[in-house]
Ligand binder design. Sequence first.
Ligand SMILES: [Zn+2]
Ligand SMILES: [Zn+2]
Length: 152
Amino acid sequence: MISGDTFEQAREHLRRNGQDPTLNRILVLCALAESDHPLTARQVHERVLAEHKLNKVTVYRILDLFADTGVANRISSGDRSFLYCARPGRWRQGHIHFHCTSCGQVQCLDKEGLPFDANALADALPMDVENIELRLDGICLKCKAGRNITGS
Ligand SMILES: [Zn+2]
Ligand SMILES: [Zn+2]
């Protein structure tokens, strides 16, 4: 079940980005918000279906709209498919992605607590920075653990 908080934050996030907060859009956004990693359109569809009947084409259309209007991030996953993620109520100015070069998983990272100052970076540039997307490449915790076991 979607929590009331997530639902409200999703509604607010849509409004802030100039989108009508229709039920379908809110449900798609909630599916993204409740995942700690970016999802494929198919995964989003499966999660929404658990709550509400919605056809695949509608989900794809909503995800395109989200990506084009800045409601959600669209990330290339490398094999020509896209991953989507959104963090309403948390990182207003985008967030950080960690891409594992071993298993290919992409994770959304909480910017809080990391020594990265988005405002300082934006202030240091003469352009108007509206969004910051940071991508880190490396070995994820799971793969690291696997390597340590086989390496010892
Ligand atoms: Zn990995
Ligand atoms: Zn993300």
